[in-house]
Design a binder for this molecule. Structure first.
Ligand code: CA
Ligand code: CA
Length: 241
């Protein structure tokens, strides 16, 4: 049977929908990642937290088109030259959605991943995969360290090289357990922008985004419509008796 190319293509597209060959995740995987970042890749300061206290640090980023699906958060710890012992400490990597913008303290927790500090004091950004999560408005890429040790830990890596992006990197700390599900519970005197405590700079913390995959059904509908058009065309050119 000599099937014209466009007909073969339409049939193949429709068949692919049913076989799962041409799936939405495949399309997403081919798309370029978007990296959300402010830092220059080098830390000039490790911001510490006292024993018995919890420290949260995060940067917020306006969500970009084709980067709404957040798939990873990257964090560096400490600073080169520091003797702070950080590797092996438990941390939590957090993704928030601040749909209404403005103050970030009403942001909604969307993902939480347990992790361990590695590559401290080297500027290496450790990439932590997170379940792909669609975010609208503003995303917060955050790290939490509950200091249950007996010494201060200078853990949060801050890029202090100018230029800085202001109103973008934030801190918060608590003496009791920090409630990651409601950042507004952090006392107002213990949270704010990093420049508000005279440490202007940006955290070495980044996020990775991808386009939101199209629903698989949309592609199938197009393929089926194309096949139907071919069938109609054949009936017109070869009318049944
Ligand atoms: Ca720097
Ligand atoms: Ca807000």
């Amino acid at each position: 049977m000599n099937v014209p190319c466009f007909r073969a293509g339409a049939v193949a597209a429709a068949l692919a929908c049913f076989t799962g060959y041409f799936t939405a995740p495949d399309r997403a995987a081919r798309a370029a990642d978007i990296t959300y970042s402010y830092d220059d890749g080098t830390s000039e300061l490790g911001v510490g937290i006292d024993p018995g206290e919890d420290s949260l640090w995060f940067s917020r980023f306006p969500v970009q088109s084709a980067g709404e699906l957040i798939t990873a958060i990257s964090v560096a710890y400490g600073r080169p030259g520091s003797g702070a012992l950080l590797n092996g400490l438990p941390v939590t990597i957090l993704l928030y959605e601040d749909a209404d913008g403005g103050a970030p303290w009403n942001a909604v927790l969307r993902q939480s991943v347990s992790a361990t500090v590695a590559n401290a004091n080297t500027n290496i950004l450790n990439s932590y995969p997170i379940p792909g999560t669609e975010i609208h408005g503003t995303l917060l890429a955050a790290a939490l360290f509950r200091n249950t040790t007996t010494t201060n830990r200078f853990i949060a890596a801050l890029d202090r090289t100018e230029p800085h992006v202001s109103d973008a990197s934030f801190y918060g700390y608590t003496v009791d357990d920090l409630n990651v599900n409601d950042l507004s519970t952090i006392p107002e005197t213990q949270r704010g922008t990093i420049e508000s405590i005279n440490f202007a700079g940006n955290w070495l913390i980044r996020a990775t985004g991808q386009p939101v995959p199209e629903p698989a059904g949309a592609g199938c509908a197009l393929g089926i419509a194309a096949v139907a058009a071919v069938v109609r065309a054949r009936r017109l050119t070869n009318p049944r008796p």
